[in-house]
Design a protein around this ligand. Structure first.
Ligand code: GMT
Length: 378
């Protein structure tokens, strides 16, 4: 198949899902074309059957905003005319699905039909909670998609609750790739660099947005550290960074907390983790938690919608109410205070993560591609 994937390139999990999906499809001899405004974070190696097309949106003094959606639409129309395409898969409704719809309409006049699938990742849906003015475009683009997927059951339900959409939404969960060789072996050498006295290592990975409640990560860590020697690694960067550094100083925790920027090969850091904290205010799935679980790291998280489909209370970690830092710390201490408990949670986390193995999830996408292509050929 000739599959085209449109995604965001930034340090966000929708782009990671899109890239890992594309890489897996290319491994099965599909030609996969990525289209993005910049090279996606995990598209950092040369692989056969993978192509990359960058969208460059020209600025002009008259424009207040760069017309990215028009640039993307034009790019899609242009490439369709010169390359083979069987299916277009856009990650994020806004503005990728609306651009895909527009390209579809433009190409119709040349009797070219491009079926497109929209995958909803969460923030494209929750944005209407903050700004309802986007609702008409997102709802229209979802309904016009030839197929729609959501990464969790709760995101599917949320979409129906928040938008006037009637299109069928299929749930295809996020996945992890267990094929990365030694990816899951512990790295004791690296661990020593952060925890020279064999302290426990707690990890948080995110884009440090407010919705992630990273301040709660630090507050939870503060309670844990008073009972158990431990270190905190915060991987990623974003708008909350300054406030977080202030918090570290106020709590006198700077020597115990390491800020590790937007590390691409996050699995290398996961190899040294003992616990993952994800206290988000909302999360459609929580791929960061799933990746940690796949590396055998138990998760203490908030109990919001998507995460509870991934992190199972008392089995792969614990869930607590948003803002309930005390309970999160109590749960964390329960896991970390004995090696045998930690080991039990590690095993259970990895078993749960295997349910989301790419080999289980990939056929769902392949099947959807085939069905959508067949339906639109009729
Ligand atoms: O969480 C973020 O800030 C990034 C965001 C994105 O668009 O990449 O993540 C969303 O999509 C991920 C992949 O499907 C999900 O695992 C995340 O839970 C979801 N984030 C939110 O819903 C806040």
């Amino acid at each position: 198949m000739n599959i085209w994937i449109v995604c965001y390139p930034t340090f966000g999990w929708s782009g990671i899902v899109a890239t890992e999906l594309g890489k897996a499809l290319a491994k099965k001899w599909n030609n996969v074309h990525f289209i993005s405004s910049d090279q996606p974070t995990r598209l950092d190696v040369f692989k056969e059957h993978i192509f990359y097309h960058e969208v460059t949106a020209t600025n002009y003094p008259l424009f207040t905003y760069i017309p990215y959606e028009s640039a993307l639409t034009s790019k899609l129309v242009d490439i369709v005319k010169h390359e083979k395409l069987d299916i277009l898969h856009v990650h994020y409704a806004l503005p990728h699905a609306s651009a895909a719809y527009m390209a579809q309409q433009i190409l119709k006049k040349d009797w070219v039909h491009i079926p497109f699938i929209t995958t909803l990742h969460g923030t494209d849906i929750t944005i209407v909670w903050k700004d309802a003015s986007y609702e008409p475009v997102i709802a229209f683009a979802i309904d016009q998609s030839n197929a729609v997927t959501a990464v969790s059951e709760s995101l599917k339900q949320d979409t129906y609750t928040n938008f006037q959409v009637t299109n069928d939404i299929q749930v295809i969960p996020n996945f992890v790739n267990f094929e990365y060789g030694d990816r899951f072996d512990r790295d004791n050498e690296l661990k020593k660099k952060f925890a020279p006295n064999d302290e426990r290592i707690i990890i948080h990975v995110s884009n440090l947005r407010k919705v992630k409640r990273v301040k709660d990560v630090i507050s939870t860590f503060d309670i844990i550290r008073k009972k158990i020697p431990s270190k905190l690694l915060i991987v990623g960067d974003g708008p909350e960074r300054w406030a977080l550094e202030q918090q570290c100083r106020t709590l006198d925790l700077c020597e115990h907390i390491h800020f590790l920027w937007k590390i691409k090969k996050v699995e290398k850091i996961l190899k040294i983790g003992d616990l993952f904290l994800l206290p988000s205010e909302s999360e459609s799935f929580g791929l960061a938690a799933l990746e940690a679980m796949s590396a055998g790291i138990p998760v203490v998280s908030s109990n919001v919608w998507g995460i509870s489909e991934v992190n199972i209370h008392r089995q792969t970690g614990y869930l607590a109410d948003v803002k309930d830092v005390k309970s999160m710390a109590t749960y964390a201490l329960e896991i970390l205070s004995s090696d045998s408990t930690l080991e039990k949670f590690r095993t259970q986390a990895q078993i749960q993560a295997k349910k989301f193995c790419i080999h289980t999830i990939l056929p769902m996408y392949e099947d959807l591609y085939k069905r959508t292509i067949a339906k639109t050929l009729k």
